[in-house]
Design a protein around this ligand. Structure first.
Ligand code: PMV
Length: 339
């Protein structure tokens, strides 16, 4: 059994919209922070001759995309034998917490390890991105920029220990969202009159956020992160039919963050394609922010994170993982490629 893990990421400047070329090429550049502790595990083993691929989330999740990805990855990585794949996350799946980013980054790593030949010439960024666009940013730790254009690449702007920011996440809904980001992006780009303005505003936000990260300047970072998220949701709201990812508690948390700021706490929110609110603050403020968010009606629970590392191979499943029964006795290869 081959095991790899990767973390989710929070986009400080969001990716929202694809080019027409396919493979989840982004219409705009983005910049994220990899989230320690919000982790997906990918387990891969080979199936017997004559069997076909099997790929599942455990517990069940959005399996259709997973099967397509595994078929594509086998082709790209030239994996001759059929594979059995299980993906599991230690946080809610499909609800706007970037579970697809961590899952496809982990799976990219695990399948690359399963390849018969070293995948030297394979663009793992493009492979991870084909599963879920934002997964390419989870291939690196710390603060990561996804650059677009002719050469679509990811690069680390700063390592995880460059800036020990705290990320406090208010979970307002545990169930999967109604509209996937894939569908949401297509609808926004094809129907929202605000979409062009969203793309035009991207370069300014990107350079302000990149500079603020490099200077560790929360006062400069926060307002741009907040406006970037709100503009993404504004362009989505302008779609036909409209796209509203928020719950009442989402708005209540946003207001609570503004109230905290009025009281002098430097805390700033961001929201991805879902109802969860992610709040960025200095580590010293995180306890107070978490306590305040826990009290907001409609908040189910509060998660804590900080900048984390990129994916890695594992010898054993992490302690939180619960693989399906038939997997539990599957050995990892000697040496395991574990780092
Ligand atoms: O990578 P996807 O298809 O899950 O889309 C991610 C979209 C956002 O989370 C809203 C923004 C982002 O840059 O991660």
């Amino acid at each position: 059994m081959i095991l790899a893990q990767a973390h989710a990421n929070l986009a400080l400047v969001k990716y929202w919209g694809k080019t027409a070329e396919g493979g989840n090429r982004a219409a705009n550049a983005s910049l994220s922070v990899t989230l320690d502790g919000l982790t997906s595990l990918a387990a891969v083993r080979f199936r017997s001759r004559g069997e076909s691929d099997r790929a599942v989330w455990h517990p069940p999740g959005p399996t259709e995309g997973l099967g397509r990805f595994v078929a594509h990855a086998r082709e790209v990585l030239r994996i001759r034998r059929a594979v059995d794949v299980v993906v599991q996350s230690n946080f809610p799946v499909g609800s706007g917490l970037a579970s697809s980013a961590s899952a496809y980054a982990a799976l990219t790593y695990a399948l690359a390890e399963a390849a018969d030949e070293a995948p030297g010439n394979v663009d793992l960024t493009a492979l991870a991105r084909s599963g879920s666009g934002s997964a390419c940013r989870s291939l690196l730790g710390g603060f990561v920029e996804w650059q677009v254009g002719a050469e679509e690449t990811v690069r680390q702007v700063a390592a995880a220990d460059h800036w020990p920011l705290a990320v406090v996440i208010a979970v307002t809904r545990e169930e999967p969202k109604h509209i996937s980001s894939r569908e949401g992006m297509v609808r926004t780009a094809s129907t929202s009159p605000f979409y062009r303005a969203w793309l035009d505003a991207n370069p300014a936000d990107l350079s302000l956020v990149r500079d603020a990260v490099q200077r560790r300047d929360l006062a400069a970072l926060g307002p741009v992160v907040e406006r970037n998220a709100l503009r993404m949701h504004a362009t989505a709201l302008g779609s036909t039919p409209p796209l509203l990812y928020w719950e009442p508690a989402t708005v209540a948390v946003m207001r609570e963050v503004w109230r905290l700021r009025e009281e002098g706490t430097a805390a700033f929110f961001s929201i991805d394609a879902g109802p969860q609110v992610k709040v960025v603050c200095e580590p010293g403020a995180a306890d107070g922010v978490a306590a305040a968010l826990t009290e907001v009606p409609g908040v189910h629970r509060v998660l804590r994170s900080r900048p984390g590392q990129g994916p890695r191979m594992l010898r054993e499943p992490p302690s939180w993982a619960r693989l399906p029964a038939p997997w539990q006795d599957t050995p990892t290869p000697a040496g395991g490629g574990a780092t």
